[in-house]
Write a protein that binds this ligand. Structure first.
Ligand SMILES: Cc1cc2nc3c(=O)[nH]c(=O)nc-3n(C[C@H](O)[C@H](O)[C@H](O)COP(=O)(O)OP(=O)(O)OC[C@H]3O[C@@H](n4cnc5c(N)ncnc54)[C@H](O)[C@@H]3O)c2cc1C
Length: 526
């Protein structure tokens, strides 16, 4: 039986592993921390889906909302495929034990920003955890899947026939428990490494989100697409010295309203207000429930004008008990900081959240080169891939859906099309490389990278700032290349090298754009 390596254990990687396992394939899943360490595990709001495939108006309305949010940049064929296959994939998730919230006998559907109706399946406010743990449980039951934690994929191994690159036949990995390098061969490699939120000082992403898969595929000749489109979530909880914590959009779907300092002062004076008026209404008639790009820029604008580091999310006009029962994860997190959901105003600000751009893949998840040929044996699924589904802006709760649909499609393609061709590959060569003795320069380089991305490649951009960012990124890249060529790879070094490459691809794409769309906003183009 052919062997497939999957890099990453989020929704995309684990779902693909199960599909391949069902077909009798040998699967190795490598993941750089614990199996559950992923953005998937942190997803709160839910997964958008029309379950009834004969519900044409429901499907059309989901497609229309997705296209509208994508600001004219979505690939409509991809959107139609993903939305139409949603019901089947949700039934697959249910069959392995995922449990979504119900109201009586029926599923309870929530509503989020940009959705014209309630169509989001959820497990209270911990949907990702529910999905991730069901997938991990199922994977652990399969004898033909090996899930190897603490294993960091470093680079892809390319198969060569004479001078011709023939595709990808394996990966080099760093075992983080004992610092050894290993070579793993396979007939196909699926990259499911998620996003790169660590590029910015404030992110909702877990620390594993360092763009590794995107960088290693790009080094192997993969084309990337739409890198300028980076989604900043408008409402991350800002508590001094704490990592930003996502406050799901579903809370605004339930009636939460964004206020500036002045709005809050008025609201507090006039307690009993049925629903306070948000400053976001100046930017969209949908107010706090406009799409994320609009709400995030509105918050950023208010924050820059006021000099504060946050705006306020208020919910005290809503039913406290009902809120706390619907959002137990957020309630518990707020309690740690002495805040009560449904009573206290919450300090929130935008934080880097989701990478819309990524590896250019086709409808089967096959990674493309710049001349639109595929790289044999290489697939990209989940957040690391750019399928065209999200266009210039991702609609809330569409990414878990895209991840699961493309995981299935890519796995199916491997099962139906891939010949077995395991070949011999070189081991990692470490001769002449020394141990990295001082780690502090790498830490400072990471801080400098995050400062550059935050200041110059954030929510609002300018040509001069993007050029400045690229000059700085070039310096950082030279520094890290020097260390790379002389030292054994460490986790810090590998991640920094990847982050700098992904940052450069984002800044380059942003700089060459002559029009603003969705998440890319260059103030010089207004
Ligand atoms: C806080 C938060 C809330 C969200 N809420 C929602 C929501 O409600 N609905 C929705 O649709 N989307 C949501 N999203 C987005 C969504 O969760 C992600 O886009 C999606 O889970 C990505 O899945 P994935 O399988 O592609 O990657 P991930 O789930 O991020 O998994 C990536 C995996 O790759 C591993 N990895 C990375 N690099 C390497 C390497 N070099 N070697 C080995 N392993 C590696 C990681 O350890 C991890 O296991 C949210 C995201 C966040 C951060």
């Amino acid at each position: 039986m052919p062997r497939v390596i999957i890099i990453g254990s989020g929704i995309a990687g684990l779902f693909a592993a199960l599909e391949l396992s069902d077909a009798g394939y040998d699967v190795l899943v490598v993941t750089k921390q614990r199996p559950e360490d992923s953005s998937t595990n942190w997803a709160q709001g839910g997964i958008a889906a029309i379950l009834d495939q004969t519900d044409n108006s429901g499907i059309e309305s989901h497609i229309t909302d997705t296209l509208a949010c994508g600001d004219g940049q979505c690939d409509e064929e991809v959107v139609r495929v993903v939305v139409s296959e949603a019901g089947d994939r949700i039934r697959d998730l249910l069959s392995i034990g995922v449990s979504f919230e119900k109201a009586g006998e029926e599923f309870h559907f929530a509503k989020e920003g940009g959705h014209s109706t309630a169509r989001i399946l959820h497990a209270k406010d911990a949907t990702g955890k529910e999905i991730e743990s069901a997938l991990n449980n199922e994977v652990s039951r399969r004898e033909n899947i090996e899930l190897r934690p603490m294993t960091l994929a470093v680079d892809l191994i390319q198969r060569k026939h004479g001078a011709i690159e023939e595709g990808i036949c394996g990966i080099w990995c760093l075992n983080l428990d004992d610092d050894t390098m290993t070579t793993e061969l396979a007939d196909a490699i699926m990259i499911a490494t998620g996003g790169a939120g660590k590029l910015w000082a404030k992110t909702t992403n877990p620390p594993v989100a360092t763009g590794d898969g995107l960088a290693m595929a790009h080094r192997a000749g993969a084309c990337v697409k739409d890198m300028a489109f980076v989604q900043f979530h408008p409402t991350a909880l800002m508590i001094t010295d704490e990592r930003p914590f996502l406050i799901t959009e579903a809370l605004r779907g339930a009636g939460g309203v964004l206020l500036d300092d002045e709005g809050l002062a008025t609201h507090l004076k006039e307690r009993g207000d049925p629903a306070p008026l948000s400053f976001t209404l100046e930017y969209s008639t949908k107010g706090s429930l406009a799409t994320r790009d609009i709400v995030a820029r509105a918050c950023d604008n208010v924050i820059k004008r006021s000099g504060a580091d946050h705006v306020w999310l208020v919910c005290d006009h809503l039913d406290t008990e009902e809120l706390q029962s619907s959002f137990p994860t957020i309630t518990e997190r707020l309690q740690r900081h002495g805040l009560i959901l449904g009573k206290d105003p919450l300090p929130v600000a935008p934080a880097a959240h989701y990478m819309v751009g990524g590896l250019d893949v086709d409808l089967q998840g096959r990674v493309q080169t710049s001349d639109s040929t595929v790289i044999p044996g290489l697939y990209g699924i989940g957040e690391v891939a750019c399928t065209g589904m999200h266009g210039a802006n991702r609609l809330a709760s569409n990414s878990l859906l895209e991840g699961v649909v493309f995981a299935q499609r890519a796995a199916r393609h491997i099962i139906t099309e891939l010949p077995s061709s395991l070949s011999q590959s070189p081991d990692w060569l470490a001769d002449g490389l020394q141990e990295l003795l001082e780690h502090s320069p790498l830490r400072h380089d990471l801080e400098s990278l995050q400062a550059t991305m935050t200041d110059d490649v954030g929510l609002v951009r300018r040509f001069s700032r993007l050029k400045r960012a690229l000059r700085r990124l070039n310096l950082l890249s030279d520094e890290v290349d020097l260390v790379w060529s002389t030292c054994r790879p460490s986790r810090d070094l590998i991640e920094l090298r990847n982050l700098i490459l992904v940052a450069t691809l984002i800044a380059q794409d942003a700089l060459q754009r002559t029009q603003n769309h969705g998440l890319h906003f260059n103030a010089d183009l207004v």
